[in-house]
Every structure is written in structure tokens, then in C-alpha cells.
Design a protein. Structure first.
Length: 255
């Protein structure tokens, strides 16, 4: 099992790691290195890019590594970043999308853009390159990340507005230049838990990951807890969720 937690300070990671070690070497919990890599002392502080189901495992790609696990817990909170650009909200579902894999088919052989400047944006562009006619990354004034493995056309101008009549049709920049476009995928910052879950088919409701009473999503082996499943967004509730999902996975592993 791997658990991915967003935004933890390195000192917090170290403390959490040592605390987990001390808790899980007790007589009550048998630590199995081949199953519970986190519980046996490996807590990863990383940035998730992409997740998919392989033949008998989940594969999670991060900026620097790849992880395989039979069970994955998403505990990354909420992080969808909606840019402060005029017209973005107006054209959501009318050319503006937050999921490249989900909606790429609707832009087959069309000209699209990905809004963002990091590895998340680059990865989204990669997912749709073979479907669309063209893909351009719009960084909105930011520098495009350098450690990418593909060459992409980009535009670093600041965006003033997105326009259209019944659907998205063009982007206007602050230098008064314009670019015709059929669609735009928002990929600012890093992939959120709902982004990762949605891409492999988990049910999302009201921008929350839907889980059952055992904290499992609609995808077998994929669990979620904390703010990303909605409800009261407090630390006490997140701790309860995390404890519940941990015990559930331990129980299932013994079956």
C-alpha cells in the first residue's frame, strides 16, 4: 500500500515516519514489508502526476518515481486551482475542462491548449497529443518547467480573457494578440486527488471522491480519506478517516 499526502513539511514527514514505526512494531500489528511499505517506515513526500490500473496493480507516476501497489489511499486534500481569468467559469463544460483523459475525445482533431506551467500541465498535454490536431501549453506569464521529456509548443504571455458565443472560441492576451482555440484543459499546480481518481474511473460527486462506509471508492483497491471526500474539513475528521481506512486495509489483507 502506498499513501500519498500533499504538502507535508519534511520535518513533519520525518516525525510521522518515526511515529508510524513506533506504533506498528507493537504486538497488535504485524508489519509485512511486502504489503505495507508505508506502515513499515516508508513515507513518500512527492508530487503525483498520473495513476492507472495495470494488470494486477495500481501504477502511480510521480515527478521522480513510479510506484506499484495493490491498494492506494488518496489523502491529498482539495487543490483544484481555478485561474482568475475572465471567462473561465462561463465556459466550463463548453470548451473548458479539468480532465484531459476524460474529455480528450470531445476535441478529436481540434486545436486545444493546456493552461499551466508545471509537470502536471506537461503530462496532461501528453495524454491528448495523439487525439487532438494540435496542443499548445499556455503558461499565463510563468516559465514552463524544464525537466520535461517531450518537446511542446508553448506561449508564456499573460492571458486577459477567454471568449466565445456558445462555446470557447479564442484566447486574448494582455498584449492584445488573440489565438483561436477549440478547447482548454486547466492543469495548474499539481494533480488533485479528484483528478487522479477521476482518470481511472472513480465516481466523483460535487467535486468530492465518493467512498462507501469502508472508505473505498467505486474502484476496487482505491481508497480515499480526508478533505477529498467532503464533509467536515477538520483535522480531527481527517484523522478518523485515515484510521478507518488503515484498519480496513489491514483487515482485508488478512482475508
Amino acid at each position: 500500500m502506498h499513501v500519498f499526502e500533499r504538502g507535508m513539511h519534511h520535518s513533519s514527514v520525518r516525525i510521522a515516519k518515526e511515529r508510524l514505526k513506533s506504533l506498528l512494531v507493537s504486538d497488535r500489528v504485524q508489519c509485512q514489508p511486502d504489503t505495507y511499505e508505508l506502515l513499515c517506515g516508508e513515507l513518500y513526500h512527492t508530487i503525483g502526476k498520473y495513476m492507472k490500473i495495470t494488470e494486477d496493480n495500481f501504477k502511480v507516476e510521480t515527478v521522480n518515481s513510479e510506484f506499484y501497489a495493490k491498494r492506494v489511499v488518496l489523502a491529498t486534500g482539495k487543490n483544484r486551482i481555478i485561474p482568475d481569468i475572465k471567462g473561465i467559469k462561463k465556459f466550463e463544460g463548453k470548451g473548458i475542462s479539468y480532465c484531459a483523459i476524460c474529455d480528450a475525445f470531445f476535441f478529436k482533431n481540434k486545436n486545444v491548449a493546456v493552461l499551466g506551467s508545471g509537470n502536471y500541465a506537461v503530462n496532461e498535454a501528453k495524454q491528448i497529443m495523439n487525439v487532438t490536431k494540435s496542443v499548445k501549453i499556455l503558461t499565463n506569464g510563468e516559465k514552463l518547467v524544464e525537466n520535461r521529456d517531450i518537446s511542446l509548443e508553448s506561449n508564456e504571455k499573460r492571458i486577459k480573457e477567454v471568449r466565445g458565443i456558445n462555446k470557447l472560441e479564442e484566447v486574448e492576451f494582455y498584449d492584445n494578440t488573440k489565438m483561436k482555440i477549440d478547447g482548454m484543459f486547466i492543469a495548474i499546480g499539481t494533480a488533485s486527488s479528484t483528478d487522479l481518481a477521476r482518470k481511472i474511473g472513480a465516481v466523483i460527486e460535487n467535486n468530492n471522491i465518493k467512498v462507501n462506509d469502508n472508505m473505498q471508492t467505486s474502484v476496487n483497491g482505491l481508497y480515499a480519506c480526508g478533505d477529498c471526500i467532503g464533509g467536515i474539513m477538520q483535522i480531527s475528521k481527517a484523522i478518523y478517516d485515515g484510521t478507518k481506512v488503515g484498519l480496513e486495509i489491514i483487515k482485508n489483507n488478512k482475508l
